[in-house]
Write a protein that binds this ligand. Structure first.
Ligand SMILES: *Cc1c(COP(=O)(O)O)cnc(C)c1O
Length: 299
């Protein structure tokens, strides 16, 4: 297992967006999407210590859960093949005769796909449901939906190793909260962290606090969750979001995905416009990857 095949340095790309330039803001983006061709973005960091642990404990199979377009499913399938594990993906919803690009990729990487209805899927953390899966597939190392656990947070804390200097603000998209929890831990109170929720509602502040309490001995208050840029909810889009994504591609050569990174950067630019992120500051956005999901939106 060689996790050092990851890029030792990742590009930090300056974004000279007019709204930032006008206010003397030094805006840049860390391209975690270029981490590895098979396991992009934050998922690499979240999987790293889980795979090392699975290997050490002698597991040959990984099992995890996700939706049909899930970046996590994509990453687990890619990582499993790269490091010699069998992988099993429990997919929410019905099987479609024609597989979408995410599931096609997963299958090509050898992932066994099992489809379960929404009601069964909800039991994904129940002991009995897991035992049934063990009877069906044999022993496996279980990675939770979205991949967030203690070892994922430990891995995500290493994202800070790619920061070449200190910034005033660090911005990233948030799903289950594992990545931001790692970042909070890794930054050790330096700078201010804004997590942009990809989900509707305002429960993530509590969930991230709980993750920090459960998995970290430190407590930090230099972070917040912004719930204003979900565009209607998880994987929901609006024309202005797609327009923004296309503009970032044509004007700045930056590819974004519509589920996470597009919403986050839209939010960053809007907070800069509103001067909630103050003029004259240094801002590092984190491109967490997810570009495999663009195809599902016709991008
Ligand atoms: C999974 C994912 C996230 C969310 O990460 P969490 O650790 O679940 O908060 C953000 N961005 C991208 C591109 C992702 O694939």
């Amino acid at each position: 297992m060689d996790f050092n095949q990851i890029n030792e340095s990742l590009p930090i790309q300056p974004i000279s967006h007019a709204e930032a330039v006008k206010r003397g803001i030094d805006l840049r983006i860390l391209r975690l999407d270029q981490t590895h061709p098979e396991i992009s973005g934050n998922k690499w960091f979240k999987l790293k210590y889980n795979l090392l642990e699975a290997n050490k404990a002698g597991y040959t199979q990984l099992l995890t859960f996700g939706g049909a377009y899930s970046n996590h499913i994509h990453a687990v399938a890619g990582a499993a093949q790269l490091f010699g594990f069998q992988s099993i993906g429990i997919i929410r919803g019905e099987e479609h005769r024609e597989l979408n690009p995410t599931l096609t990729y997963a299958k090509e990487r050898g992932m066994i796909l099992k489809y379960v209805d929404r009601e069964s899927y909800r039991q994904k953390t129940d002991k009995l449901f897991i035992e049934k899966l063990e009877m069906e597939f044999g022993e496996f190392y279980l990675i939770p939906e979205g991949g967030t656990n203690k070892l994922a947070i430990k891995g995500a804390a290493e994202i800070v190793d790619f920061f070449t200097e200190e910034f005033d603000y660090y911005c990233l998209p948030v799903g289950t909260g594992g990545t931001i929890a790692g970042l909070i831990t890794g930054l050790q109170n330096q700078g201010r962290i804004i997590g942009f929720s990809a989900l509707k509602g305002s429960f993530l502040t509590k969930e991230v606090s709980e993750l920090m309490e459960t998995h970290s001995t430190d407590s930090f208050i230099n972070w917040e969750i912004n719930n204003d840029y979900h565009f209607g909810g998880y994987a929901k889009i609006k024309p202005e979001l797609l327009e923004f994504i296309k503009e970032m591609e044509s004007d700045h050569g930056l590819l974004l995905d519509p589920v996470y990174t597009g919403k986050m950067l839209f939010g960053v630019i809007d907070l800069i416009k509103k001067e909630i992120i103050p003029p004259g500051t240094k801002v590092l956005a984190i491109h967490t990857g997810g570009l495999q999901g663009r195809a599902g939106f016709g991008l």
